[in-house]
Design a protein around this ligand. Structure first.
Ligand code: HEC
Length: 223
């Protein structure tokens, strides 16, 4: 009989059953991964910050804290470390104020299309510097050249000044154009950038600390 020697690899019912099992398994895996990701990226609360609970995406009130970036030997890359309280534009922001400011910053970043030139959390273009960790760039800190050129004495004021008049502070062969950003929008954008820098991105962007080390070693900040 012809049937006797038919190998399982040429059996249509075998492949049909296999396809059904693989599709079913992949669907369950994807659903599980979706819920796991949603849990990982859901925003923390102000209470988490007050109690020192580490969240991958902290609450908007993280703008009231100093943010550091430290090597985590176990994970093999830097992670944001939320430190002491620190005034932001001279004050402490309530949960509602901080959320509103962050919202304004996010809307402005979309309205002015920062992603058309910059990268934010892996999305966007590579015409201009990656902004994911821009807040942590020592060039913006006290004594850094970006803060120095604006004549301001805090990171937030220096960034807000730059964002309102970027063409006045060219530091690079490519200049950022004036985008008509108001003082309030600039504050919102700086809150947006500070909050983004506090997100644990598994060390992304990979080369950020390298550019910082070059800068600390006395080279130019590799934009
Ligand atoms: C048309 C392209 C373009 C757009 C749109 C743009 N930028 Fe820029 N941006 C640049 C360029 C080019 C530089 C580098 C300029 C320099 O260093 O002098 C820059 C520099 C910066 C810097 C300083 C660099 C650093 O590493 O800290 C910040 C902060 C910044 N941009 C924020 C923004 C934000 C926020 C938006 C959206 C509101 C935006 N940019 C929209 C081109 C752009």
């Amino acid at each position: 009989m012809a049937n006797k020697n038919v190998s399982v690899w040429t059996s249509i019912p075998f492949w049909r059953r296999s396809a059904a099992w693989v599709t079913g398994f992949a669907a369950i895996l994807l659903i599980w991964l979706t819920f796991d990701t949603l849990g990982q990226i859901s925003m923390g609360t102000d209470a988490d910050l007050k109690n020192g609970v580490t969240k991958r995406v902290p609450a908007a009130t993280v703008i009231n804290y100093h943010i550091d970036y430290k090597m985590d030997a176990k994970r093999g890359h830097e992670v944001p470390v939320i430190g002491e309280k620190q005034p932001f534009f001279g004050k402490e922001w309530s949960a509602k104020e901080a959320a509103d400011l962050l919202h304004l910053g996010k809307l402005t970043s979309q309205a002015k299309n920062c992603m058309n030139c910059h990268t934010l959390l892996g999305n966007g273009a590579y015409f201009a510097p990656d902004l994911t960790k821009a807040w942590l760039d020592p060039a913006w800190q006290n004594g850094g050249p970006l803060q120095g050129m604006t004549g301001k004495s805090t990171v937030e004021e220096a960034m807000a000044e730059f964002l309102q008049h970027p063409s006045q502070y060219p530091t690079h062969a490519r200049m950022m154009p004036n985008l008509g950003i108001t003082a309030d929008e600039a504050k919102g954008l700086v809150a947006f950038l500070k909050h983004m820098s506090s997100i644990d991105t598994n060390g992304f962007p990979r080369n950020f600390s390298k550019t910082v080390d070059q800068f600390k070693a006395g080279g130019t900040n590799a934009h």
